[in-house]
Write a protein that binds this ligand. Sequence first.
Ligand SMILES: Nc1ncnc2c1ncn2[C@@H]1O[C@H](COP(=O)(O)OP(=O)(O)OP(=O)(O)O)[C@@H](O)[C@H]1O
Ligand SMILES: [Mg+2]
Length: 304
Amino acid sequence: MIKVDAIKIQNVTKKYQQHEVLKGINLSIQQGEIFTLLGENGAGKTTLINILSTLIVPNSGHVEIMGQTLKDPDAIRKLISLNSQFNTLDEEFSGYDNLLMIARLRGRQAPKDEIIRLAERLELTSFWKKKVSTYSGGMRRRLNIAMSLIGDPSIIFLDEPTTGIDPKNRLEIWKIIQEIRDAKKTIFLTTQYLEEADYLSDHIGFVHDGKIVLYGTPAEIKNTVSKTYSLQVADETLQMTLALLDRSGITYAVNGQLIELDDENAHKGLGLITDSKIDVQKFLLNENNLETIFLNITRKEEVK
Ligand SMILES: Nc1ncnc2c1ncn2[C@@H]1O[C@H](COP(=O)(O)OP(=O)(O)OP(=O)(O)O)[C@@H](O)[C@H]1O
Ligand SMILES: [Mg+2]
């Protein structure tokens, strides 16, 4: 299958007064994928989404959305929808009326049929004649997502769609996001939950200090940090084991009952310990997760 770029971002910068929020963002996002942008609070995720969805103008750089550039924002707006970080619902209207309003704004023909289909798909029908002010957080989010699906946009920006949502509703939203991708739409997501990025994304980009400092599939990203192993021996042999490692110049860390070794030292250490007839109760590869990487990226900055 030929991979087509849905979103192309080249050297995009954005400054607020003296504050350079984006210092040259480069990214290509393929059609039909879930791309997740990660970064600390204030890293510029919403700023980039606002640029791509034509709400704000960058200071410099080039953006292409399905071949359309920022010179023609109306053409871009026809292709995309934005689910902003904060719900944009009219509290005094029912869910149905909120959907109808958006459908009319988007100039949809036969909006009622489309709304009914969407409401059913997002399990909103039982509440949709009630005022939004009576909705729970999870229902508001689902309604917001339904609104962003009206008009069948090709690209959907979801800025923190699951923040503040309980685990059950979060799982439902994950399912909806996957269904949107299965319908060959492109999704640009941001999230505070790293396991969400890991689970949903085809590609992830980390924005830090105004740039994309890391990009890849979740597996590629997790492989950027070296492997570590945990080893456990019986309590009564722990001190003896540590003395053995010390004598052999093997570096390690002790974490409760476990001896933590890096990739280089793990197999050498294991060999020495077994040669000394010390019984190894556990020897396992620690799984790297996005959290470790996220903390590594943000910690480096503090040390600078
Ligand atoms: N209109 C504005 N005027 C001045 N500064 C702004 C404006 N909008 C955003 N900023 C600043 O730009 C930086 C990036 O903000 P942005 O909202 O893009 O971050 P974010 O990564 O989405 O953060 P969060 O995870 O908290 O949503 C912040 O320091 C913010 O204060
Ligand atoms: Mg934001």
